[in-house]
Design a binder for this molecule. Sequence first.
Ligand code: NAD
Length: 539
Amino acid sequence: MKSLSLGPFLVASAPVGSRDFAITRQCFPKQLHFNSHSVVSSSYLRRCYATLSVVPELQEKEVFDGEKASLLVKELRKSFDLGRTKSYEWRVSQLEGIAKMLEEKEKEIAEALYKDLSKPALEAFISEFSQVKGSCSEALQELKQWMKPEKVNTSITTYPSSAEIVSEPLGVVLVISTWNFPFLLSMDPVIGAISAGNAVVLKPSEIAPATSSLLANLLKDYLDNSAIRVVEGAVHETTALLEQKWDKILYTGSARVGRIVMAAAAKHLTPVVLELGGKCPAVVDSDINLQVAARRIIGGKWACNSGQACISVDYIITTKEFAPKLINALKEELEQCFGKDPIESKDMSRIVSPAQFTRLAKLLDEVSDKIVLGGQKDEKKLKIAPTIVLDVPQEAMVMQEEIFGPIMPIITVDNIKDSFSIIKSKPKPLAAYLFTNNEQLKKDYVENISSGGMLINDTVLHVATRGLPFGGIEESGMGSYHGKFSFDTFSHKKSILYRGFEADTSLRYPPYTPKKEKLLKAIINGNIFGAILILIGWS
Ligand code: NAD
């Protein structure tokens, strides 16, 4: 539900689609308006509340269609073509705008995240706010260095010459974001796009409406609207945006929609970064510090947006022998974290929507006889207790699709190395975790398991490690970003060779003589001594 615009002229309000709403619309067609600072479509409005104002000049907001999207891109392209976004000064001014916004609006951001996901304030601070702040500070600190052309060595073939790689902005880029970390996954790519000197349109997720609306308002207030815009909306609006020609699209979300994005981009040969998900495994060996491992698994599952995270541990593989110890440790530590009745815990995010709740409930119902911990659900509160299911069949939905919620299957094997074939039987994950003290196992895991990222003896922290690119492989995505990698992702690396007019040898031009051929071959092969012999006529 979208928040209401309760101005001083408000006289009535009614849920969109209700009988009251229909009557109101009939009586006051011109005065009906919706609280959205961006253009929205009728499908989007169905989930909103409408407010009735007696102010005659207020009009119903226009639908955001292909025509509007085309005008928007034209406007932004004009700004880009005028060179507005290219200078170091503009980039810094926008990054400073973001820094100011973070300083002044921390409370509003936390509130929006609470509205959308009941995200605990501390989780919101650690996993969203501080990450964005860190990215912004890093960009401000490093931008000059990132923008510097990179000198490259040249060879004898082009002597005398010099070469460099210049990072140039791509143009007008589109960022389509998702709902689970709706602030971070919107702002982080936008910081990269701005740092690289692009104009950018952000389309936040309609499934996190409070954060989407806040982003629309904040970016309007704090950033240069001639080059940075937010379009709110759902499938209709995203489709209108995807019809346009962009210079890059960074999409975060499911692989299903990733395919739609890539197909739309292919029409214009637009490059894409797809930040998708998948089933991230955690292999747990027996020679570990069990309490620390259990806590870290909880940190990367239930204390991470209730498992609604792309890099959350999706399932555990351990040995038959060790499984009871691991389950006990998880049970004890979960109780420490969320108390005896986790549904009531204020420290656990809720499931984002009734649709997601129903999906998770269905996954769980299919394997209800395998529950060894948890299983409680509260549909009203949209909460599911941390739940462990043991040795569910591989064909069960919970092992076939990404769980994206607080259900954790534990699969047991005879030998820990048997975990490799289970992981390999599934699409390559976004993250793969291993808990062990066995150096050989670590080495084998790194060598044999292909995944977007990997973390040994912890969960999720690799995404917060500056200097590591973040991205998937195959079904879990393509391309990467974070820090300097974001800058690179939104830049074109232009190769430049500089030459003067001196040393213009006739060797490379026809007529081609046997002597020229010999000499050129000697030079290209790096045989300088041979070249000298040819030149002085000794060869
Ligand atoms: P979502 O429903 O919010 O969709 C993401 C975006 O796609 C939204 O902006 C939405 O408006 C748009 N969209 C949805 N359907 C569309 C359509 N038919 N055409 C055009 N646009 C459309 O999010 P989701 O897909 O439920 O996200 C969950 C998935 O995202 C999970 O698989 C998760 O692993 C993945 N994810 C990945 C990352 C990452 O960084 N790799 C981060 C978070 C989530």
